[in-house]
Design a protein around this ligand. Structure first.
Ligand code: TRP
Ligand code: SF4
Length: 329
């Protein structure tokens, strides 16, 4: 029996993970495994809300995402790792919550309005897409999670979750704790083009990239935009390559590079080679673990099944309680 506080978070299976995901979320999750009762899941139904026209790729993405997770150190020995659609209880709670959620709460959701604009190539005028936060609320409260480690973009969804939980408790009796978002400071990782790192911008370095791909991508990174020629002094303070150095290169070396850049003693080509080398070294053990799991698809399958069975046991208890207070027994 564990007395640790329960936390829960999820990711949609939309493609391979990159360094932005690693530093923005995943490493944080890995650390939390020792301090919390952790539930981490793959939100495949949520992926369908926007990719319903092309669902064929999702099952491959699920396996890939689980392999990425296991490769960076999420482990079924410490956490419950599972797939949303394997725990149908989420869908039942989603349905019941949809009865009590006022539509204006959803229409006001800033993430919803943003995405309608950003993904204007897709028809998102669906009931499922509007209801995205209701499903997310079900994901969270069905495990009675206290904390939800997420990025700032997800805070509105956790707020809606609290409102829905409060409304449920008010109508039917205290069943759900109100969960809180857990934000952690993370290093600023930008893509090769200095925009936010994102798959869709084609500016990402992926966890599964090999040494050559890393070197090629790093060589294309935009450095200090003011530094046009090798003889121009640079400013590490505005250089994305330097941000990577601060994460991946030994501090003594970083302390040398800073003045050498400012005095144009070191050029960007050399500087990038040093960084690419450290980055490739840091990702090597992750890639090695990835190869291990790629060679063992049955093991990955087993981890997903066992984790989902375990999640279902907990979800079922909550659903029984919910049916009882709502009067649906
Ligand atoms: N909406 C989240 C995202 O896009 C994924 C998600 C689904 C989630 N359900 C969740 C995150 C529950 C935290 C808790 O990143
Ligand atoms: Fe950036 Fe290094 Fe070039 Fe300086 S030398 S601008 S830190 S890449």
């Amino acid at each position: 029996m564990t007395h640790k506080r329960r936390i829960l978070s999820g990711m949609r299976p939309t493609g391979p993970l990159h360094l932005g995901n690693l530093h923005g979320a995943l490493l944080n999750w890995v650390d939390m495994q020792d301090d919390y009762d952790c539930f981490f899941f793959i939100a495949d139904w949520h992926a369908l809300t926007s990719d319903y026209e092309d669902p064929g790729r999702i099952s491959g993405f699920i396996r890939e995402l689980m392999i990425d997770w296991l490769s960076v150190g999420l482990t079924p020995e410490k956490s419950t790792l599972f797939v949303q659609s394997l725990v149908k209880e989420h869908a039942e709670l989603f349905l019941l919550l949809s009865m009590i959620t006022p539509v204006p709460w959803l229409e006001r959701n800033p993430t919803y309005k943003d995405q309608l604009v950003q993904l204007d190539s897709k028809d998102l005028s669906t009931f499922g897409f509007l209801g995205y936060p209701v499903l997310q609320a079900a994901d969270i409260i069905i495990y009675k999670a206290h904390g939800v480690p997420v990025g700032v973009d997800q805070v509105p969804h956790v707020e809606i979750t609290r409102e829905i939980a409060r409304r449920f408790n008010y109508l039917y009796g205290e069943v759900f704790p109100e969960p809180k978002e857990m934000l952690t400071a993370t290093p600023k990782i930008l893509g090769m083009d200095r925009r936010k790192m994102s798959k869709s911008y084609h500016n990402a370095i992926f966890l599964k990239d090999g040494t050559d791909e890393i070197a090629a991508k790093v060589s294309r990174m935009i450095t200090d935009p003011q530094r046009k020629r090798r003889s121009d002094p640079g400013d590490p303070g505005v250089c994305n390559v330097f941000e990577f150095h601060k994460i991946y290169t030994e501090p003594e070396k970083v302390a040398e590079i800073d003045p050498a850049c400012r005095s144009a003693e070191i050029g960007c080509v050399e500087c990038k080679q040093i960084m690419a080398d450290r980055l490739a070294n840091a990702l090597a053990p992750i890639r090695e673990k990835r190869r291990y799991y790629e060679a063992r698809p049955e093991l990955v399958e087993e981890i997903i099944t066992a984790g989902s069975d375990c999640a279902r046991d907990t979800a079922r208890k909550t659903i029984e309680e919910v049916r009882q207070v709502v009067g649906l027994e």
